[in-house]
Design a protein around this ligand. Structure first.
Ligand code: NAD
Length: 301
């Protein structure tokens, strides 16, 4: 049995921590939100009153926070992880953060007497609940091997991505591909309709052909074709547009630093930002489909 501390018990964190509890581990958790803590307690997590209290007896500290700035804050604040966890503790950050923050964690953790791996995830809220997330882990070989064991109760697939920041690099590149592929679904679905194809028939043809992709299978932006699509539910979010903007922006920042021309990702980001500018940042990212058919209502898409 391992004693985990969990900081950030939101949509992802609470069910993930719950799967560790189900596997027989102890999880002491902290979140700024009372409601998040309450949900985590229902998943079997023991509530702590502060970061310090959560981490003080832990063997492993996992953070699942919105952005890089929150991870840096939780590590360095008064009573934070660096001030309160036991020396030698393995720190794992599963948040989706910028490469610089992840590298900062790899640099700073050893200076304070800790080990660190970046351990982001793919698979969404449903994967968090089902314990089928894909983990991509980066760091020192020995620490990655240890982390791979720890995440098993939460994972369907676990990858040793490579050295420091390799996990977060894989996550950012993967999600960039996702949102570009989603744009292909927007345009392909509307063109097929415009050409007079039955939407379901076209979806079946694409599924068996070269238009197949993860968003085509999961987020197809036409109502009544696949159960998991937000299009069935007035584009209520299964993956919020503003979270997608964060992910694509991280990719664009990394690409710019590397001198790459990420033109498709730039366009995907522009469309997602248009949703946010229209006050639709909390809607599903697949609502970008509306830009293919200007003038039509959501119901007509
Ligand atoms: P969320 O907003 O539901 O949860 C984040 C939690 O962190 C919130 O409960 C918030 O109160 C808490 N928090 C913020 N600052 C804190 C602090 N200083 N101390 C303690 N708690 C603090 O977000 P989420 O959907 O659970 O996502 C978490 C991370 O996982 C993000 O980086 C996200 O990009 C990534 N991610 C999300 C998904 C998804 O489908 N939602 C999938 C893969 C990865």
């Amino acid at each position: 049995m391992t004693h985990f501390a969990w900081i950030g018990l939101g949509n992802m964190g609470a069910p993930m921590a719950g799967n560790l509890v189900k596997a027989g581990h102890t999880v002491t958790g902290f979140d700024l939100s009372e409601k998040a803590v309450q949900t985590a307690v229902e998943h079997g997590v023991t509530a702590a009153g502060s970061v310090a209290e959560a981490v003080q007896d832990a063997d492993v500290v996992i953070t699942m926070l919105p952005k890089g700035e929150h991870v840096r804050e939780v590590y360095t604040q008064d009573g934070g992880v660096f001030a309160s966890a036991r020396q030698g503790t393995l720190l794992m950050d599963s948040s989706t953060v910028d490469i610089e923050t992840s590298q900062w964690c790899h640099d700073e953790a050893p200076k304070h007497g800790y080990r660190f791996v970046d351990s982001p995830v793919s698979g969404g809220i449903s994967g968090a609940a089902a314990g089928t997330l894909a983990f991509m882990i980066g760091g020192e070989e020995k620490d990655v091997a240890e982390a791979m064991e720890h995440v098993k109760p939460m994972a369907g697939n676990v990858f040793n991505a490579g050295g420091a920041t390799a996990g977060i690099a894989a996550k950012i590149a993967n999600n960039m591909m996702l949102f570009i592929a989603q744009m292909a679904c927007s345009e392909g679905s509307q063109l097929a309709k415009h050409l007079g194809l039955d939407p379901k028939t076209f979806w079946e043809i694409a599924s068996a052909s070269s238009g197949r992709s993860w968003p085509q299978q999961t987020w197809y932006p036409v109502a009544g074709i696949i159960d998991s699509a937000a299009a069935n539910n007035d584009f209520e979010a299964t993956f919020r547009a503003d979270l997608a903007i964060k992910d694509v922006s991280l990719a664009l920042a990394a690409g710019e630093k590397a001198g790459l021309h990420l033109e498709a990702a730039t366009l995907a980001c522009e469309q997602l930002n248009r949703l946010a500018d229209e006050g639709l940042g909390d809607k599903d990212c697949s609502l970008v489909v509306k830009y293919v058919t200007p003038g039509r209502t959501q119901e007509e898409i």
